[in-house]
Write a protein that binds this ligand. Structure first.
Ligand code: ADP
Length: 736
């Protein structure tokens, strides 16, 4: 048993030196007695020589005893072997030789198994079982056979020419004894007994019945062939396969032992496929058969158990990985991880502890237990406790950095919560570190209400889970610090944007003021210009000749255009900054109002303006909508060939919560390449004398509409008229 993971296992109650010696002597006597009895049974089946039997279970007994209780019990083997042989035949010296061989066999076997085949865990893995077969069952037994047969020949109790025949019987008997008895004893006595579940019990009963039935058919002659020696030996393997698959190494070793007993008994009574004229030969055959099937099913059972353990381990790891992959924070992950561990591995309560570096102690982060468990005191104590390094189960694991298992915390001498555990009936516990490289970040412990012997495979699985958790914690901490940095940057950025926006707004405001005063200053000389030219044309008209009057008219027109331009520019500039409160604007009322001042022009041009009712209302600023409509209608009436009476149509259509207002004319149209430029300030595509204007109207339209959350567009072809549209939020969009 490996020492590291099990270091938290409580030491058995300390015995005094004398008590230990007394115990060992008692064990030696018991072993000697058992060896003697089993040996007598073996020698009762000795046919080739009174001292050499093909059936020798004492080998298995001695090997198991030395493996389980230590090689110091060897005198028990020696005494037992001596007594069983001296009471059978032979001199003292011959018997001493035989007993020496038997003892060496057991001591060497136990040492080889301890050194090369996993010690008491020998039957857990296929690899160690093969090592056992080779080293303990085949090599060390050869030693006993050599000692025994040589002693017999030297003492004159066997003929030298019989040497190999006797040796062969001896060796096979010992080997099969080791193969059948040792696994049975080691598996049953070294590993914690697990009761059968209610589901397994009937199956186990069925299996036993089948073993006996098949035994009856094969080794009692009760077969349909009416042949007591029908060659049906292979059939005995079937129930053993069942046992190996469903009941693990324990079930396999047990059923193999029972089947061996039946096979031996039947063969001795003349039944079964291995019966020959010579009884010893029959026994050799049946023993070879027993040895073979036992090894086969033990290996199979170990392989199945290994696979099940691996599957289980993967399931737990998979569950933990999934939780860690999905969990956004450590706080959310921890109770789920404990729950997954407890539920999948059959534990009832779990707690996670965090290493508080500043205080140099462990503090509990979270406790979880199965819903039906009620341990309020233990839970409360665990939540409040703090453990310095080395103290309590968590403290010990923190210090060692390795998983630990305590079969029963109530008898552990380093478990300060023991009184509460006793009170509320908690016993077994395991604990493992959450590690990041060499650092222990915390520990997780789980408890059960049962006393449980350490499961080393399970403990091994905990190490990678601990590292996984450590990496998760590191990742989350990195994410958190990144978030903090990002938040700080975002805050800085926002502040900078606010400061710069405020500065920009200041600049715009001062520019507005500047523009306004320039415009104001520019309009004063313009007013003088138009005032004096009006005076000039009134009072000095007859003094001026034709070209003089013409020049004067041009000066007046230019001054008026300049004034209009300044006014338009002021309007456009104001749209940038002025607040635009929004209200419901009823277009069916507003459009006629806008058309009113244009009525003279409409009449003069014999224009026709058609409103396609109903005109839907929009959510917008009424003043800006009026400006927009004025510009669009003005253009629609203006940009028509001189001889053509303008035909203008105005309508609205709903569009995904917006309202599109369209103004279509039959005017000169616009070339495709100019459509995009139209809405920029000063974009004029026509001759100023034919179509007067400043080139700012559509720029005002776009700026105003966009500030109200809408957009503008135009569809047009040269000579085919144009359709200008603006989209503004409709009434529904506000409700939505
Ligand atoms: P203005 O009307 O003062 O020239 P606008 O910004 O309103 O300035 O229009 C810019 C230019 O777009 C116009 O000069 C004209 O070339 C073209 N335009 C605008 N409306 C129409 C229209 N309905 N039909 C044809 N051309 C148009």
């Amino acid at each position: 048993m490996s020492a590291t993971p099990l270091q938290a296992r409580p030491q058995p109650r300390k015995l005094s030196g004398l008590q230990t010696q007394a115990l060992v002597i008692a064990e030696i006597f018991i072993l000697a007695g058992l060896y003697f009895c089993v040996g007598k049974f073996g020698l009762s089946l000795a046919f080739v020589n009174a001292s050499a039997s093909a059936v020798w279970p004492p080998t298995g007994l001695a090997l198991a005893a030395l493996l389980l209780r230590g090689r110091r019990l060897w005198p028990g083997v020696f005494v037992g072997a001596f007594l069983v042989n001296i009471t059978t035949q032979g001199s003292v010296s011959t018997t001493l030789g035989i007993a020496t061989g038997n003892t060496l066999e057991a001591v060497l076997g136990a040492w080889l198994v301890g050194r090369f085949a996993g010690g008491l865990k020998v039957f857990d893995r296929a690899r160690t079982i093969f090592a056992f077969v080779l080293l303990a069952a085949m090599v060390s037994t050869a030693l006993s056979a050599a000692f025994g047969v040589t002693s017999l020949c030297l003492g004159g109790f066997a003929q030298w020419q019989q040497y190999w025949a006797v040796w062969w019987t001896w060796w096979l008997g010992d080997m099969v004894g080791a193969l059948t008895v040792t696994p049975l004893l080691v598996i049953w006595l070294a590993q914690p007994a697990v009761g059968l579940t209610t589901k397994q019990a009937p199956e186990a009963a069925g299996l036993l019945l089948t073993v006996v039935l098949v035994g009856q058919i094969v080794f009692r002659g009760r077969n349909p062939f009416s042949d007591p020696n029908a060659p049906l030996g292979y059939a005995a393997l079937l129930p053993l396969l069942w046992a190996a698959f469903r009941f693990g190494p324990r079930g396999a070793a047990t059923t193999a032992f029972i089947a061996s007993g039946i096979a031996l008994w039947g063969t001795l009574h003349g039944f079964g496929p291995f019966v020959k004229a010579d009884t010893n030969q029959s026994l050799l055959f049946v023993q070879a058969f027993i040895g073979t099937i036992t090894v086969a099913v033990l290996v199979l059972a170990a392989a199945v158990a290994e696979r099940k353990r691996a599957e289980h381990r993967l399931q737990v790891q998979d569950a933990v990985s999934r939780i860690l992959a999905d969990a956004p924070t450590l706080r959310e992950a921890t109770p789920k991880v404990i729950q997954a561990l407890c539920e999948r591995a059959g534990w009832e309560l779990g707690a996670i502890w965090h290493v508080d570096r500043a205080a140099n102690e462990l503090s509990c982060v979270e406790v979880w237990h199965v819903p039906w468990l009620s341990v309020p005191q233990f839970e409360a104590t665990t939540r409040q406790r703090r453990f310095p390094p080395g103290i309590g189960l968590p403290g010990r694991v923190w210090t060692s950095g390795k998983p630990a298992w305590v079969p029963d915390v109530t008898t552990d001498d380093n478990f300060p919560r023991a009184p509460v555990a006793i009170q509320e009936g908690l016993h077994a516990a395991f604990c493992f570190p959450i590690r990041l490289g060499e650092d222990v970040l915390g520990v997780i412990e789980c408890f059960s209400r049962e006393v449980r012997e350490p499961d080393e495979n399970f403990l091994q699985m905990l190490t990678p889970i601990g590292s996984q958790l450590g990496q998760f914690i590191e990742r989350k901490q990195a994410e958190e610090s990144l978030r903090v940095v990002l938040r700080r940057y975002a805050g800085d950025l926002e502040r900078q944007v606010e400061e710069r926006t405020a500065k920009l707004q200041d600049t715009i405001r001062s520019l507005d003021g500047f523009c306004y005063s320039i415009a104001h200053d520019l309009r004063a000389p313009l007013r003088a210009l138009s005032g004096f030219s009006a005076e000039l044309s009134q009072q000095y008209a007859e003094v001026l000749d034709g070209p003089g009057r013409e020049y004067l008219a041009r000066i007046k027109a230019a001054a008026a255009r300049m004034d209009q331009l300044i006014l338009d520019l002021l309007k456009f500039g104001r749209l940038n900054t002025v607040e635009l409160p929004v209200e419901t604007v009823p277009l069916n009322a507003l459009v006629p109002e806008v058309l009113e001042p244009l009525e003279d022009q409409i009449k003069t041009q014999r224009a026709e303006v058609r409103l396609r009712q109903p005109l839907l209302p929009v959510r917008a600023n009424a003043v800006v909508v009026e400006q927009v409509l004025t510009n669009l209608l003005d253009n629609a009436l203006k940009f028509v060939p001189p001889s053509t009476p303008p035909q203008v149509e105005v309508w609205t259509e709903p569009r995904n919560g917006m309202v599109r207002l369209c103004v279509r004319d039959n005017g000169i149209g616009i070339k495709a390449e100019y459509l995009k430029k139209l809405f920029q300030p000063f974009a004029r595509l026509v001759d100023g004398t034919e179509f007067p204007g400043t080139g700012i109207g559509l720029a005002i339209v776009r700026k105003g509409v966009e500030r109200m959350g809408g957009r503008v567009g135009v569809e047009s072809q040269v000579g085919q008229g144009s359709c200008f549209w603006v989209e503004l939020p409709g009434e529904q969009s506000v409700e939505a």
